[in-house]
Design a protein around this ligand. Structure first.
Ligand code: GAR
Length: 205
């Protein structure tokens, strides 16, 4: 199985995925890091790890569909089987999602459906939530919306700052995302409507 990671920024999740592939914890081939942002630090991480990079700047296109079409062509050329979004801060259209049906997963730093969007950690913190967490889900064409694969919660303590909370959330992300990717690669995730069954591992998370 070949996969691509999409990242727009720092790429700590991408790094965790690279490390898990190297350790053999993810038994699939990470063939491409795609970014929509030339300045993403994730690109440096990929170069360091010897992983091919592709940057396509949406600003050089007049519309979203032609941007996405070029990305799809590049992914098909690489024979990508599935796509892992790791801090990819751009909504995929129905066109793109249909090109890779049930083959795109995303991680989000809140307990969905609460606190969707770009600032999941900050929004939960400033809202005064007592519990937040991490969600990994299949991607559809709505923001942070597709069927949920895994969630892990954590308490927001009175002593937490946005920084300490962010650190805890990222730690959870880096631990659970590689596990979900491996489950996907093993073909153990079954979507049934809004629910996702994990085959042979009912208590996995
Ligand atoms: C992660 O916390 C990820 O959950 C979040 O962006 C961050 C990227 O960090 N994604 C979203 O908010 C998607 N809606 P990273 O670049 O260090 O991996």
């Amino acid at each position: 199985m070949k996969f691509a990671v999409f990242a727009s920024g720092n790429g700590t999740n991408f790094q965790a995925i690279v490390d898990a592939v190297k350790k053999g914890e993810i038994k699939a081939e990470l063939v491409l890091l795609f970014s929509d942002n030339r300045k993403a630090f994730a690109i440096k991480r990929a170069e360091e790890a010897g992983i091919k990079t592709l940057v396509v700047d949406p600003k050089s296109y007049t519309n979203k569909q032609s941007f996405e079409r070029d990305v799809v062509i590049a992914l098909k050329e690489e024979a990508i089987d599935f796509i892992v979004l790791a801090g990819y801060m751009r909504l995929l259209t129905a066109y793109f999602v249909k090109e890779f049906p049930k083959k795109i997963i995303n991680i989000h730093p809140s307990l969905l459906p609460s606190f969707k969007g770009m600032e999941g950690i900050k929004d939960a913190f400033t809202y005064g939530a007592k519990t937040t967490g991490v969600t990994v889900h299949f991607v559809d064409d709505k923001m942070d919306h597709g069927p949920i694969i895994a969630q892990e919660s954590l308490k927001i303590l009175d002593s937490d700052t946005l920084e300490s909370l962010s650190e805890k959330i990222h730690k959870i992300e880096h631990r659970i995302y590689p596990k979900v990717i491996q489950l996907f690669a093993e073909g153990r995730l079954r979507i049934k409507g809004r629910k996702v069954e994990i085959l042979d591992a009912p208590q996995f998370f």
